[in-house]
Design a protein around this ligand. Sequence first.
Ligand SMILES: [Zn+2]
Ligand SMILES: [Zn+2]
Length: 348
Amino acid sequence: MLPNLEVAEKVNSKLKARGCNLLSDGRPIINLSVIKLLELLFTINENIIIIPAHIWTPWFGMLGAKSGFDSLRECCGMYADNILAIETGLSSNPEMNWQIAELNSKSIVSFSDAHSLEKLGRELTVFSRINNEKIEIKNTEFNYQDLKMLLQNKGNWRIEKTVEFYPQEGKYHVDGHRSCGIKRMPEEITKLGRACPMCGKMLTPGVLGRVQQLADTLVKLQKTQNRNGVLEYTTKGDYKRPYQMLVPLTTILSQLYQMGDKSKKVTGTYVKLIKQLGNELEILSEVNLTDIAKAGGEKLSLAIAKVRSGNIFVDPGFDGQFGKVKIWPTQTDIKKNTVSQNIQETLF
Ligand SMILES: [Zn+2]
Ligand SMILES: [Zn+2]
């Protein structure tokens, strides 16, 4: 993130001068080491904010199993101190990141890719004034410097909370081979090893196992339900902010009607609910359940209550395949997946 357009122009021209093709893709491959890139950027302007994104994905995440780095320091060298925050990506939540001591002095944020409109905001970060005034988004009130300050745990603003996916929904939560249909939980890896029983090649590592591999801090997770019934997770300490885990409304509707999330029934109901009740985030986490029942039926309000309280099941994603949310899991779903997450505790 750059403080202004002038800096952006400088960055672009410096990168072009190094032979980087910035027009190839939304995520250009610039062929510079992370340290070289950070050196280039911070020499241009020390106010640039760098947030490594989806840091656990196997190939392109900073701490991904195949990234070649086992720590932020290893990846960024002396510039590690200039990294103010990390982004969790879909396959990890703050709790998983809190287990890494090195990340304990960094803010944790959640964002979503901008490439598909309907997925915008699937994960997000809420900022608020410390004195808890309702945020009004006016440029004059919240500026770049405020953002930079709050990421350093300073100033008049802070991260109120992040809103996350269930990390099991992410494409790389556990180890597996998509084409072979093989998925293994970390416990199974310990017992059976990393080789795929179908093709013999190594399974694509998942984020859960990778976090366990690097974890060096025990996290005491606190769970409380807010006044709307949404479960909030937090732990004590600087830079530790609460988070919630939600499920996209189209996923809930698709479970409810047993139809695809792009089907007419699901998209039609989605639009109707948004028009009647408010935006998706409000429906998922704030709107009164009675109003939801009136607009979308009793079963929808029950489903949303289950999502809010964490009383759902997620068949974890692996090797590029998204995990599948089961609001009403069958016994077989539960048996074939020994997900060692708190979700299980609240199931029955
Ligand atoms: Zn991304
Ligand atoms: Zn295989």
